[in-house]
Design a protein around this ligand. Structure first.
Ligand SMILES: *[C@@H]1O[C@H](CO)[C@@H](O)[C@H](O)[C@H]1NC(C)=O
Ligand SMILES: *[C@@H]1O[C@H](CO)[C@@H](O)[C@H](O)[C@H]1NC(C)=O
Length: 384
């Protein structure tokens, strides 16, 4: 019981319900001010301390936000934002629950906000331009004063009334990459602006053949009427998308939804005049062919194993036979060696001859006993 009481006691701190309004086809931005929540944190040990605060936002009784709404906060020391652009499907009311966490004390404060999503009185803007601004992050553009500055810049090149911010989204949500943490690089942000009036020549110039050629060479086209943006907003003119909704055949675009129930009709009757199909030959092909092949392989293997075995006779030889074979081979090898030696016509080295005197160089044929045969020379010469 105690944890439950404690838990509900912590969650009891909540702000009054907020009523908000979002228009279909227009950007909705709600700031989550840290100051507004800080006053409700009960733990006021140090009133001067500025605790880090993070937020969690979700659709009431759901784990996450509705698809059209996004939440962003760069660091716990900065303002959080709920932003997004509702579509026709979301018309109605949605209840969003925001929980603020004090990252020092882990206290939480809740706020419930009811967003009424109403259709746009003017309908969808038929002419839309999607700008890619390279030198801003999404949460930097969301404060009113910044995106109004951008709107003024667009205003001055697209002379017309009633410009509407349709959508603001981070480049990261559209396949962009997190930049390297050098040189103050930014993620980039896409800002979509809509109008009832057609695009001016200045705006369509970015899509001219010549400029497309420059873009292919990765160079920005230089057009003077684009100067209203710089240096504050670096717009990638090669990445400008112009959407002309009047061009598109509206009947093709809008899918017609039924009530989800099939119209009553007659029962399905399977056709009964389907011709009989003969599967016998398919059967033969699939069963007999592999069978015959298998049998053939079996027979070949059996023949090789039983009748063509090498060394069958030798394996049954007796030991004496083996010895005889052994003897025979030794004999044969010796004969062969002798044959080879006879074939040599180089004289034998003298030192290998038995009767060679190394000191005198004299050679004696051992077969012919000469006078000098040492055996006949008396060892002690008698005094004659
Ligand atoms: C707004 O931009 C986000 C991010 O690219 C996209 O998912 C969403 O569909 C856009 N909304 C409208 C109404 O165009
Ligand atoms: C627009 O910019 C993004 C991010 O830099 C890039 O990935 C994309 O290819 C660009 N699109 C065009 C048409 O240049």
């Amino acid at each position: 019981m105690v944890p439950v009481v404690l838990f509900s006691g912590i969650l009891a701190a909540s702000l009054p319900i907020l009523q908000l309004r979002a228009v279909v086809g227009e950007i909705f931005i709600h700031e989550l001010e840290r100051d507004g929540f800080q006053d409700y944190f009960t733990d006021h040990q140090e009133p001067t301390a500025d605790p880090p605060v993070t937020f969690h936002a979700n659709l009431l009784d759901h784990p996450d936000l509705p698809k059209w709404l996004r939440y962003t906060q760069r660091t716990p020391f900065q303002t959080g934002y709920l932003y997004g652009s509702a579509t026709d499907k979301e018309v109605g009311t949605q209840t969003i629950e925001v929980t603020a966490y004090n990252r020092y004390t882990y206290e939480t404060v809740r706020q419930t906000m009811v967003i009424s999503i109403v259709p746009s009185p003017d309908g969808e803007m038929p002419y839309q331009a999607d700008f890619f601004v390279k030198n801003w992050n999404v949460e930097e553009v969301l404060p009113t004063e910044v995106h109004e500055l951008f709107q003024q810049a667009v205003d001055s090149m697209w002379e017309q009334e009633g410009l509407v911010m349709v959508n603001i989204s981070s480049a990261l949500d559209r396949g962009g990459r997190v930049p390297l943490p050098i040189e103050n690089r930014k993620e980039g942000v896409y800002i979509k602006v809509g109008s009832k009036d057609p695009f001016t020549k200045c705006l369509t110039e970015a899509k001219s053949l010549e400029n497309r050629y420059w873009c292919k060479l990765e160079q920005q086209p230089v057009i003077t009427c684009y100067d209203s943006f710089s240096p504050r907003f670096k717009v990638d003119w090669c990445n400008l998308t112009l959407i002309d909704l009047t061009d598109v055949n509206s009947t093709e675009m809008v899918p017609i939804y039924g009530d989800g129930v099939l119209e009553p009709g007659p029962e399905f009757n399977p056709p009964d005049d389907a011709p009989d199909r003969v599967f016998f030959y398919d059967f033969l092909l699939t069963f007999l062919l592999p069978l015959i092949l298998g049998l053939l392989l079996c027979l070949i293997l059996a023949y090789i194993m039983c009748c063509r075995r090498e060394g069958v006779q030798r394996r049954d030889m007796k030991t004496s036979d083996i010895q005889m074979v052994h003897h025979h081979t030794i004999h044969g090898n010796t004969e062969e060696l002798r044959e080879m030696a006879r074939g040599r016509d180089v004289p034998r080295p003298l030192s290998t001859l038995p009767m060679f005197n190394i000191h005198t160089g004299e050679r004696i044929n051992p077969m012919q006993r000469s006078r000098h045969d040492s055996a006949q020379v008396p060892l002690i010469l008698a005094q004659q």
